[in-house]
Design a protein around this ligand. Sequence first.
Ligand code: NAP
Ligand code: F7E
Length: 329
Amino acid sequence: MPGTALITGVTGQDGTYLAQLLLSKGYHVYGLVRGQNNPRLEAVGRLCPGIEFMEGDLLDHSSLVAALEAAQPTEVYNLGAISFVGLSFKQALLTGEVTGLGVVRVLEAIRSVNPAIRLYQASSSEMFGKVRETPQTELTAFHPRSPYGVAKVYGHHITVNYRESYGMFACSGILFNHESPRRGLEFVTRKITNAAAKIKLGLQKELHLGNLDSQRDWGFAGDYVEAMHLMMLQPEPDDFVIATGATHSVREFCEIAFSHLGLNYRDHVVSDDARFLRPAEVDLLIGDASKAKRVLGWQPRVPFGELVTMMVDADLAAQQKIMRIEAAG
Ligand code: NAP
Ligand code: F7E
């Protein structure tokens, strides 16, 4: 029987896919929104008809308690975070507060309002960082390479700690990179697909990127939110790696995105731009999701090439729409 879910980070990429999934299953869905006039609110309301919004901030414990008291959720999905690794180097303290300590604020709020509420914590493959083994599993040691990765390690361990200390249903999904047309423009995949579309339409000439050699295990966000929900349906809380098991370089991503539009990325991409290089890099990630496949019955559905072309097509259509509106007005 579907329950009531509260999602932090509902205005982000995963938040809208997860809200749509839970609404389609008959859940009553609340989205926690920060700020007095969040610019993403209207779009989320349009994408997720039936969702209800609550005010709250991961920096403000009492706002989390108030949201839980008002919503009385059976499940909380903690997706809220400063999630951009590049920004985390520039705003390390804020990242620690939101992405790290925000998790214990949620756990404490649950413990005081209703410890029976189930919690999903959005852990990350960035926790593996300078990888100790390949592929990475639930048992691979962590070696984070950014303030974001360090904050996620704290969030991960504190979730396990509350599960073990207080018997709470608190689980973590160790998700590898997942993308979609809703991905923020600051992340490399969407930056590439958006630029390729603009270059095709003559709106941009060059694309400045950092390290083209880093490799990621990229999947589709729509597939990954299904894994979050499956974890919450288990009889016991546990942690799961969610990944495709294939890795590709930023360069390969560029090649496929540009060639889909009949372009050669070499004619447009400027690499090693110092603005986009990081003080410490994560060179290679590739996940082993065998446990999720075995226990949850989860499978990724969208392969890499299809993911890239889906994003390019969406950006091309969006840019063409803007051009039509500008031409008409
Ligand atoms: P995203 O698009 O960057 O969304 C982040 C969300 O966090 C936004 O809704 C943002 O809301 C919210 N947020 C930021 N600061 C907050 C605060 N102080 N209080 C409450 N909410 C706050 O991230 P995503 O890609 O959807 O990822 C969802 C979660 O999964 C994140 O925790 C991320 O770290 C983690 N994760 C992502 C990936 C991936 O590849 N996408 C992989 C592993 C783990 P505003 O609208 O107010 O800014
Ligand atoms: O970088 C390189 C960059 O910012 C991917 C977040 O969702 O996934 C994401 O973190 C790679 C890195 O994602 C540019 O150096 C080159 O090696 O798209 P990204 P990320 O750092 O992997 C994990 C799993 C999360 O948990 C995070 O929340 O691409 N790269 N040139 C660039 N990256 C960016 N952003 N911009 C460039 O110009």
